[in-house]
Design a protein around this ligand. Sequence first.
Ligand SMILES: C[S@@+](CC[C@H](N)C(=O)[O-])C[C@H]1O[C@@H](n2cnc3c(N)ncnc32)[C@H](O)[C@@H]1O
Length: 304
Amino acid sequence: MNFSDAKSNILQILSRTDCQDLTKLISWMKHSDDLDNYLVDNQRAILQSIADDLRSCLPLEAVFPSETMAIQKTQQNPKPTVHVDAFLYDEETVDSLCEDGKMSRNFCLTCGSHRTAPMEFISHSFSISELQFLFLHVLPDLAGKLVVDVGSRLGAVLYGGYLYSAAAQLVGVEICEEFVKLQTMTVEKYGFSDRIKVIHDNICSQSMLLQNADVLIMNNVFEYFMEPKDQVRAWQFISQNFLKKGALLVTVPSIQDALISLQETNEITAIGHWLQEVPVDYNAFLQNDTDLDSLKQIHLYRVL
Ligand SMILES: C[S@@+](CC[C@H](N)C(=O)[O-])C[C@H]1O[C@@H](n2cnc3c(N)ncnc32)[C@H](O)[C@@H]1O
């Protein structure tokens, strides 16, 4: 039923309601929690169900012991840092895990004292809200397009793209075999295999895929998973193969920030010259749980 049919049905019901109950009914419609479930869109409910499934297959920190570099890099951060996967754990879930003592937002400045400071949280996945923002507000209509997620991990981008866009094909390339298995299992369980494919490989061996891609998504792919010199090589490989005129690249953080941290200025100044940044309206998407700072990390570029 579309909006105008639904509206005339509601007006009909109101016209047939006993006068003495009319105010009560309208007040119920305006304020009751009974209607909350109708405000959760079906796609979000599917993504939440996938997150529930994946949580039960992973340790709390959602990092496999085989990811030694990611574990080391997290531990080497100057400020105590934990990985809390934003696709698996929204703010509410983190709050309830903190209440149960399973997670903490603070660390002790002097062991045993009450002097505490906030922990640094990092996430290796987009949250459901970020996925909605990405596919409904940042990217244009993707009908007929090939979307490639570099380092697809849990598959959050692939499922988000399947549910919130008309992309013809969504391909995830992931170097970690355990995550490829989790994605394959999810794609089969939810019947997404008509439009989603997951490849177990290093993106640097996928030149054809990069050449055919219309949209490339790179959510902080390399920082925690590759040595700086390998990151520079991977960026060079992408800049030499992702060349379709007008194709779109989404990065977190901006390319400039990703490359500056590599401090290999001579090699990296050449990278990025094949792109033009496209402005993003970060205020287009304001929901209760939106973290504007994290949305502002999402950058969009067009291939020249
Ligand atoms: C930060 S996660 C991104 C997750 C996902 N794209 C998202 O936005 O929710 C980065 C992932 O990239 C993978 N990765 C790192 N280097 C890679 C490479 N060269 N080729 C393929 N995958 C890579 C890592 O194993 C990790 O799972």
